[in-house]
Design a binder for this molecule. Structure first.
Ligand SMILES: C[S@@+](CC[C@H](N)C(=O)[O-])C[C@H]1O[C@@H](n2cnc3c(N)ncnc32)[C@H](O)[C@@H]1O
Length: 89
């Protein structure tokens, strides 16, 4: 498999929640796979709507998130509800 270069092209996906800067799941997925082993812990200090936690859960990682604005907690709970854990190496 070819190594990633310094510019990554990822497709955007619509997100209907009320957060101003949600990033695409395809952007964070390779970072999680490279940065934490299956079952490992991912830290997102700027959680926003919870994209990292949702993708980490799907990929079988644990996660810890911090978010300054409590208004985003319902978005995080909604995104994480129903996210099923898988295992990917
Ligand atoms: C670019 S957004 C993150 C978006 C997130 N990756 C997503 O997909 O929804 C950055 C977030 O960091 C939060 N933030 C800013 N300063 C912070 C701080 N000092 N501690 C925790 N969260 C902070 C903001 O409220 C904002 O929701």
């Amino acid at each position: 498999m070819r190594n990633r270069r310094s510019v990554w092209t990822v497709s955007t996906k619509p997100y209907s929640g009320a957060h101003f800067a949600t990033f695409p799941e395809d952007l964070i997925e390779p970072c999680i796979l490279a940065g934490a082993p299956a079952g490992g812990v991912v830290l997102d200090p700027f959680m926003g709507s919870g994209t990292t936690g949702a993708v980490a859960t799907r990929l079988g990682r644990q996660w810890i998130g911090c978010e300054l604005n409590p208004d985003y907690e319902p978005l995080q709970r909604e995104r994480l509800a129903g996210q099923t854990a898988g295992l990917e190496f």
